[in-house]
Design a protein around this ligand. Sequence first.
Ligand code: SF4
Length: 241
Amino acid sequence: MNITKIEWTDYSWNPITGCNNNCSYCYAKKMALRLKGRSGYDKENPFKPTFHSERLNQPIQRTKPSMIFTCSMGDFFDFEVKSAWREDVYSVMDKSKWHAYQILTKQPIIEPEFRAVFPKNLWLGISIDGTSKYWKEPLETLKNSSATIKFVSFEPILGDDIPDDLSKIDWAIIGAQTGIGAKKVNPRIVDKVVDLITSCNIPLFVKPNIRWQIKETSDPEWLIREEFPISFQKNKAMIGV
Ligand code: SF4
């Protein structure tokens, strides 16, 4: 488990890595290729979904309530991730109720197979980049899931294929693409996303990586919003239990 620079969380924890989605801008894949043959990444196929059992209990050793971005280096709901791996991760979440765990996916969300509901301290989210309507099924399964907090991350926001309704969603993040060759954000698309989030009255976290780009052209009030889900208070990580 590592301290992370991602502004909306405290730590990243990767008991499962890898993904088959093949997004062109994937930071996790670049890292996995760089680390192939080391740090638990396969030599031949470093980004194949892999379970790292030795990392499983890391959050339990951290007693200070924290926000923990879980599986930042892959997709927790990838079709090659075994349900038994997910179950082991849910079990750690249950045992460490003082933390809030955040998972982001581009896949339809699968409820735990061996229990009725997700752990209460799990925030479930989907990533929408606006380049196609792949998010339709994931958004639907998210809205209908038992997750305590449901969120949408518009990062990197690259196109305007976005939903027109975010009812049942508790939190939204917006951010830009980063790294070498990153595309600049399109202010028209960003306005459309922010209008949607604002019209649905959803707390918004604006990533600094989008703030400096928008500031070059205008300085709207929403730029400074770094909000969290209403029911959550930072450092009191448990929700509703
Ligand atoms: S879904 Fe996420 S982890 Fe998978 S390739 Fe795309 S950006 Fe990477």
